[in-house]
Design a protein around this ligand. Structure first.
Ligand code: TYM
Length: 332
């Protein structure tokens, strides 16, 4: 009799090692990565090929890639439950990206918000990789037949392209790819800058604008104290108070409650109290992560073994899909 083994849906996501991740990365994506490990077959990558669309110093890229691996483990990604690997270790990603390039239109890439933003920020280095970035991201996802993609809101356009390319390829050559769906938190999908709550929190901003995942308790306290609020003086969760609402989003995400519940808990209290409670929560969650990360960083051999195991598992899946694609496109 055939064993009744239920196949779990596949999840894929990745994070760039282009600097220290922020609590925005954590709330928008990494927290879901950890939570999804039991219910889904999860595949997670450090997207080093994406990082080089912005000029990287090689030694720094190597160090940041290692640190990102250590941080993911420290956050609770368990390499015995999921596949964790470096994107550049599985060359199928670059190859599928090339094949998908031939069914992607320049118009749809040049319309991407992130391409426009990054072109503005890196005026002297608007390279083809920056334009092609979403195609590589589609290749990442489609190689693994992933159904759910846990990401923050800023990746919505890129996911849409991955869906379009999957459907376009399936229609042109016959069903090959699973059409993926985003898995974006209802609140916290877009954590805002502490200095300018109308803009996304980003690791490339001024250090006061974000909390890094490895910030010390003193740094956290200082940055939260300086976070921009408003002159209303009352704690509400509403679009008219973006600074305070952002603090409530962060507070809620780090305590597994809704921002509305958090706002209710602070009824009648001042911004100082909210900031103190938020600092306490952040320090409580981030301290063990920072300590674990330091421990993993001290064991390079273990990090290498995790990467190797992940690479082998990822490659087996990726090359199976790539072989299918090559055959369907007419390669001998
Ligand atoms: P990256 O490295 O910029 O960010 C990693 C994840 O963090 C989310 N994020 C945020 N969420 C909420 N608030 C914020 N302020 C915030 N800032 C970042 C991002 O949405 C992302 O989920 N292109 C991707 C990496 C990637 C990828 C993939 C993702 C490469 N291939 C395939 C999914 C599937 C990126 O640049 O993420």
């Amino acid at each position: 009799m055939e064993a009744n083994v239920e196949k779990k849906p596949i999840v894929f996501s990745a994070v760039q090692p282009s600097g220290l991740p922020t609590i925005g990365n954590y709330i928008g994506a990494l927290k879901n990565w950890v939570n999804m490990q039991d219910e889904f077959d999860c595949i997670y990558a450090v997207a080093d090929l994406h990082a080089i669309t912005v000029r990287q110093e090689p030694a720094k890229l190597r160090a940041n890639s290692m640190q990102m691996m250590a941080l993911l483990l420290a956050c609770g990604i368990d390499p015995d439950k999921c596949v964790l690997f470096m994107q550049s270790h599985v060359s199928a990603h670059s190859e599928l990206a090339w094949l998908l390039n031939t069914i992607t239109y320049i118009g749809e890439l040049s319309r991407m918000t992130q391409f426009k933003d990054k072109s503005r920020k890196h005026e002297s280095n608007i390279n083809v990789g920056l334009l092609d970035y979403p195609v590589l991201m589609a290749a990442d996802i489609l190689l693994y037949q992933a159904e759910y993609i846990p990401v923050g809101k800023d990746q919505t356009q890129h996911l849409e392209l991955a869906r379009d390319l999957a459907e376009r390829f399936n229609n042109a050559y016959s069903p090959t790819f699973t059409v993926p769906k985003g898995y974006i938190p209802k609140t916290g999908g877009r954590i805002m800058s502490l200095q300018d709550p109308m803009h996304k929190m980003s690791k490339s901003d001024d250090a006061n604008a974000f909390i890094g995942m490895l910030d010390t308790p003193d740094e956290i306290a200082r940055k939260i104290k300086r976070a921009v609020t408003d002159s209303v003086g009352v704690i509400n969760y509403c679009p008219e108070q973006p600074g305070v609402s952002n603090l409530l989003d962060i507070y809620a995400a780090f305590g597994d409650e809704t921002p509305e519940q958090a706002a209710a808990a602070f009824e009648g209290k001042g911004y100082g109290e909210l900031k103190a409670a938020l600092t306490e929560r952040l320090v409580e969650v981030l301290t063990p992560i920072r300590e674990n990360c330091t421990r993993y960083m001290g064991d390079k051999a273990y990090l290498q073994s995790v990467m190797k195991k992940g690479e082998d598992a990822a490659a087996a899946m990726a090359y199976r899909t790539l072989a299918k694609v090559r055959r369907k496109m007419g390669f001998i």
